[in-house]
Design a binder for this molecule. Sequence first.
Ligand code: ADP
Ligand code: NG1
Length: 462
Amino acid sequence: MASCAPPPTARAPVSENARLLKLKEMFIAKYGSAPTFYARAPGRVNLIGEHIDYCGYAVLPMAIEQDILAAVQTVNTQVVQLSNTNPSYLDFSVNVKNIQIDKTKPLWHNYFLCGLKGIQDHFNLSSPTGMNCLLDGTIPASSGLSSSSALVCCAGLVTLTANGVTLSKVELAETCARCEHYIGTEGGGMDQSISFLAEEGTAKLIEFSPLRATDVKLPTGAVFVIANSCVEMNKAATSHFNIRVMECRLATKVIAKSRGMDWKNLLKLGDLQAKLGVNLKEMLAVVEEVLHPEPYTREEICECLGINLEELRATILSQNTQDVATFKLYQRAQHVYGEAARVLAFKKVCDEAPANAIQLLGDLMNQSHVSCRDLYECSCPELDQLVDICLQSGAIGSRLTGAGWGGCTVSMVPISKLSEFLLSVQDSYYKTNDQRLALQQRSLFATKPGSGAMVLLEAEKK
Ligand code: ADP
Ligand code: NG1
């Protein structure tokens, strides 16, 4: 199986590739000699299955062409030096034996340190190598296209390669998913999995425990178009994301307790379903029966679980959700079970390819957006407006993608309508606002499934 293999290593004719050549020249100007290898990890667009990976449910993303690329040289010291082609990401250096990751300030180098530390910890490396690295990214940051995970995955692959150790793509994806938690966000493994397991030309159904990726053949008559709302949302700098993770965790525990189960050892809505042995539709009925739509106060949750506030804080809540006063359990659980079912329905339509496949997939994407907006409350006015504009401009389906609260939409557009669609979205969303107009070129683009992370070595000169 391809996923048991390590990420591929390819030979790249650097002098013929403008981006690699520029990076090489900048590297030499910065560090005085040429890089010994390059590594890239792509971002992704999630077609459907939002905020359910951390509940244990399958998701359906594809890698995009935009990526994080690193030029690297190992050195004989224990120092890792990091620099970036984007001057707003400042230089940083660290001793490999003293890596501290600041959860309170998610500066760019902290994401690199997650990957670095993740690999060091995995192999328990006693004497990790130092290195000089120059990074270059093309994924719009904090826009739901997974720039942070691409950086963590790239750092993981760089550290692996520099230290001469190997892992399969699956092991790398699992290690990088775990180590991104060092920054403080409690995400699932979607982003890191697709970054390593992606293959050109196919979207993937990503399933967890055990992690596996299955090809999903997308319909031929439509293209997927990404549109950035130009509203940035940094997951690690706010508590929105972790509050949702905690709400799902609390819903799991409250339902499990009500059914007399071992609730202390259950964390995910997916594991709860597996233990109850019922289908997703039946889980929606369980949610209806056990949970109420009014927000739960911390006190009510403590009462339901028979614990005190200190225990709630110490054993269940994350560091940045310690002081949250109320949690919506009913709405979040409704979203998760409904969205998990939509992912399976999407995959089935792709597999069976009926004549009305595009309409059916579009309907599922639209339902997903409504659920993210109304039940999960992870949209924002600009994203809702952009989704509406995309639908009015000819998309059959349109939804927010990634964490939300800003960032991008993904729309499914019939190929025959693509040019009209792009012009119409430009006119209605980007040309109405100077800030958006300035960002327009990199904000609205058709995309297709790209390849996964890889190591690049300079091709020998002929
Ligand atoms: P996303 O949805 O893109 O993953 P996050 O808010 O979780 O968004 O992470 C964005 C952060 O990742 C940025 O604030 C920055 O610290 C880091 N990052 C993204 N792109 C780059 C890059 N090209 N170079 C350095 N750091 C980057
Ligand atoms: P982005 O869009 O990269 O912030 C986040 C999580 C995913 C997933 C999505 C929502 C991380 C690293 N990524 O993605 O695991 O939960 O939100 O579907 O936490």
